[in-house]
Design a protein around this ligand. Structure first.
Ligand code: ADP
Ligand code: TRP
Length: 329
C-alpha cells in the first residue's frame, strides 16, 4: 500500500521562491512513490478579505504554477479545497471538539491578527480547517515549510481527540515532513521575516513568474551588510545566510563550498551568480506557466477532475466520522 501525501498552498497572490523551495520542490520528488494530493487552499485564502476577481485569478494561476513546476495531474490529484465541501463539514465537527485555548497558542494567528477582536473567526479557526484538509484523506505525510509546523502538531492533537472520543483509531497521526536547507526562506529585505506572499514590499520576494530582469534587480537590491566577503553566519548576517541557503537549495552545493568559492571575491559577483542560478531555474517554469495560462478552460477541467477524485475519498471519511458521532447518514 502506497502512503498518502497531502499538501497545499494558499491561493492568494503570486507563488514565490519560498513556496517553491519549502514546499513544491519537495512534492515533486514524492509523486512517483506516494499517492499524492496537492490542493489550492482557497478557503484559507478568504480568512482575510479577498477581491473576487483576484481570488479567481489566484486559484487558476496557482494551478498553472503547480503544473508548470512539474506537478503532474496523471500522477497527483490537484484540486481547489472549495470544490470538495467535505473539508468544510469535517472542519465544523473539528471546531466542536477543539479547545479555544489550543487555537489561542497559534503563533500565525497572533502574527496575522494584531488586533484579535476585529480578525475574522475564520482566521482564528484556520488551523482547524487545515487539520480537516489533512485528516479527511488520512494523510501519512505532509510536506510543508517550517512555518506550518505548529499547525501540523495541532492536526495530530485533533486526530487524537477524535480517536479517543470514538474509541477507535479512525485517524493515524500525520507526520510533518519539513526537510532540506530551504524550509524557511527569508525576505530579501529583512532577514528576520520569512519570504511571504502577504509582504507589502514586492522586492522582498522572488515570484516564480518574475522575468529575468526583475529577478536580477531584486537580487541586486537584496539587503546585505557592511561586512566584507561572503560568510555563513545566520545569527549575525541573516540576509547573507539566506542568500547562501537559496544558492545551496537550487544547486545542491553546500554552504561551506559556496563560501570557499566566493569568500575572497567581491560580493557583487556572488549576487550576479545567484541571480543567474535563480533565472535558470525559474525560466522554464515561467514559460510553461505562460503557455498554460493561454487556456484557462483546460486548467479548470484539471481542477474539476481532481476534485471529483478527491471527493470520493473525502466523503468516505466524512461518513465514517458522522456515523461515529451519531449522525444519521
Ligand atoms: P505565504 O506565507 O507566502 O502565503 P503559504 O502560507 O501559502 O505562503 O505557504 C505555502 C507553503 O509554502 C507552505 O508549505 C509553507 O510552509 C511554504 N512556505 C511559505 N513561505 C515559505 C518560506 N519563506 N520558506 C519556505 N517555505 C515557505
Ligand atoms: N496553511 C498552509 C499554508 O499557509 C496551507 C494549507 C492549508 C495546508 N491546508 C493545508 C498545508 C494542509 C498542508 C496541509 O501554507
Amino acid at each position: 500500500m502506497k502512503k498518502t501525501v497531502l499538501s497545499g498552498v494558499q491561493a492568494t497572490g503570486s507563488l514565490h521562491l519560498g513556496n517553491y523551495l519549502g514546499a513544491i520542490s519537495n512534492w515533486l520528488k514524492m509523486q512517483e512513490d506516494y499517492n499524492c494530493l496537492f490542493f489550492l487552499a482557497d478557503l484559507h485564502a478568504i480568512t482575510v478579505d479577498q477581491n473576487p476577481a483576484d481570488l479567481k485569478h489566484s486559484i487558476i494561476s496557482s494551478a498553472a504554477i503547480y503544473l508548470a513546476s512539474g506537478i503532474d495531474p496523471k500522477k497527483s490529484i490537484i484540486f481547489p479545497q472549495s470544490m470538495v465541501s467535505a473539508h468544510s463539514e469535517l472542519a465544523w465537527i473539528f471546531n466542536c471538539v477543539t479547545p479555544i485555548g489550543w487555537l489561542k497558542r497559534m503563533t500565525q494567528f497572533k502574527d496575522k491578527a494584531a488586533n484579535a477582536d476585529s480578525a475574522s473567526l475564520g482566521l482564528f479557526a484556520y488551523p482547524v480547517l487545515m487539520a480537516a484538509d489533512i485528516l479527511i484523506y488520512k494523510a501519512d505525510l505532509v510536506p510543508t515549510g517550517e512555518d506550518q509546523k505548529q499547525h501540523l502538531e495541532l492536526a495530530r492533537d485533533i486526530a487524537g481527540v477524535i480517536n479517543r472520543k470514538c474509541q477507535n483509531e479512525i485517524f493515524k497521526l500525520p507526520e510533518p515532513l519539513i526537510t532540506g536547507v530551504a524550509t524557511r526562506i527569508m525576505s530579501l529585505k529583512d532577514g528576520s521575516k520569512k519570504m511571504s506572499k502577504s509582504d507589502a514590499q514586492e522586492n522582498s520576494r522572488i515570484n516564480l513568474i518574475d522575468s529575468p530582469d526583475v529577478i536580477l534587480e531584486k537580487i541586486k537590491k537584496a539587503k546585505t551588510d557592511n561586512i566584507q566577503g561572503v560568510s555563513y553566519e545566520p545569527e549575525t548576517r541573516p540576509e547573507i545566510a539566506n542568500l547562501i541557503n537559496i544558492y545551496s537549495a537550487l544547486t545542491g552545493i553546500s554552504s561551506e563550498d559556496i563560501i570557499a568559492k566566493y569568500d575572497s571575491g567581491v560580493f557583487s559577483k556572488f549576487k550576479m551568480d545567484l541571480a543567474e542560478i535563480i533565472i535558470d531555474k525559474l525560466n522554464p517554469i515561467r514559460s510553461e506557466y505562460e503557455r498554460l495560462m493561454q487556456n484557462t478552460d483546460y486548467l479548470v477541467d484539471i481542477l474539476k477532475a481532481g476534485a471529483e477524485r478527491a471527493e470520493k475519498i473525502a466523503t468516505k471519511t466524512l461518513d465514517e466520522i458522522k456515523t461515529s458521532f451519531g449522525f444519521v447518514v
